[in-house]
Design a protein around this ligand. Structure first.
Ligand code: PLP
Length: 395
């Protein structure tokens, strides 16, 4: 039986999803929609995807029993170590999968948009690996703010194109990417970095990231004798690492799913990215979802200390998980996330990405029962955030 948390044939999760795209993009999106499942289910795709995840990315990523963290919170806490992947986060699972799909479709040129540059780096990496041309659109302001990632992309052979319209940030880069795709429908593939965008992207990206929960199941059996934890916690920007960590548990109602958004300076501060609290229904990046918008439907610029969570919406699957209450949405402020990062570093010797630190930051807010088994998806490592960590370390 088909899960109600799987996209229907038009890409809907309940009322959310679909493909709200300019007429001119229809052939490109349709080509992908008609082919992605066939490709993903083919033996040649599966073989190459599995082999690259193993030998290039370094999968399976370990499931680590965090003993001192467990003692502190009086629960059994496991960390899914996506931080140990090549390039430092879960994003590479998705870009490897999509570059293989692009190759199967015969595409020669890859375009992407990036805010903080993490998805741009993951895309430039797989383009170098596959010898494909890579063009990354990035807001002019973000190019200035994220110089090290811009340098990485260039070193990997990508062309970084500044988006100079509007607020010169992510949404303007997205507009530029879409414009480019309309102009180059034959040879170009648009590689999206999270479970967002028009159908079939949210479903495709969730399936590519589902390797995370597939591994968690096998690893938990080995460690606890059972494949289900009591609780899984993951941070949500667009929602891809959470979708991957939740995927094989969506229909297991005994498993509590907790999605953590960035509250920034506080949900009521005007400087936040907690979409499930502040957003309402609208269309963002080609799908119907919930997003932060003003009374005229203009997107409100989000804010978070963590670049990867600084996004004005959530993917349609998460909008549905929130509405149906299948997942519990929580949030953590900048300072709560910083404290959680310092704590994990001190007691486990692991410096997490600021994004992942938001997932850790809800541990003190939960009343765990005895022997509760909890998996926290550690989506990335903190090397990229060192400057922020050092700057805030004063006290
Ligand atoms: C990009 C990023 C995120 C947020 O993206 P999702 O699609 O919500 O997973 C979270 N953690 C890290 C380390 C990231 O780089």
């Amino acid at each position: 039986m088909k899960s109600k948390f799987e996209a229907d044939k038009n890409g809907y999760y309940g009322q959310f999803g679909g493909a709200f795209i300019p007429e001119l993009l229809y052939p490109n999106v349709k080509e992908l929609e008609d082919n992605y499942l066939k490709i993903m289910e083919s033996d040649s795709f599966k073989k190459e995807f599995t082999s690259l995840l193993k030998d290039y990315v370094g999968r399976p990523s370990p499931l680590y029993y965090a003993k001192r963290l467990s003692e502190k919170y009086k629960a059994h806490i496991y960390l899914k170590r996506e931080d140990l992947n090549h390039t430092g986060a879960h994003k590479i699972n998705n870009t490897i999968g999509q570059i293989l799909i692009a190759k199967h479709l015969g595409k020669k040129r890859i375009i992407a948009e990036t805010g903080a540059g993490q998805h741009g780096v993951a895309t430039a990496t797989v383009c170098a690996l596959m010898n494909l041309e890579c063009v990354v659109f990035m807001g002019e302001i973000d190019i200035k703010r994220q110089a090290p990632n811009v340098a990485r992309m260039k070193m990997l052979g990508a062309t970084v194109v500044p988006a100079i319209s509007g607020s010169k940030t992510l949404k303007d880069a997205t507009n530029e990417a879409i414009r480019d795709w309309i102009g180059n429908p034959e040879d170009t593939y648009y590689l999206i970095g999270s479970v967002v965008g028009p159908h079939p992207y949210p479903d495709m990206v969730a399936r590519l990231q589902a390797v995370i929960s597939e591994e968690i199941k096998a690893q938990l059996v080995e460690k606890t004798g059972k494949e289900n934890p009591d609780t899984i916690i993951a941070c949500v920007g667009g929602g891809s690492n959470a979708a991957g960590a939740f995927y094989h548990y969506l229909d297991e109602n005994s498993v509590e799913l907790i999605a953590v958004e960035a509250a920034g300076l506080g949900v009521d501060s005007g400087e936040s990215a907690a979409t499930s609290v502040l957003g309402d229904v609208g269309v963002l990046h080609g799908s119907k979802t919930i997003l932060m918008q003003d009374e005229y439907g203009q997107v409100i610029e989000p804010y978070s200390i963590s670049a990867g969570l600084d996004y004005p919406g959530i993917g349609p699957l998460h909008a549905f998980l929130n509405e149906s209450k299948r997942a519990k949405f929580m949030n953590a402020t900048d300072s709560e996330a910083l404290n959680a990062a310092y704590e994990l570093t001190k007691i486990e010797g692991i410096i997490p990405a600021l994004e992942s630190a938001h997932a850790l930051a809800v541990l003190p807010k939960i009343d765990f029962k005895e022997n509760q088994v909890v998996v926290v998806n550690l989506s990335g490592r903190g090397d990229k955030d060192l400057e922020t960590y050092i700057k805030n370390l004063k006290k």
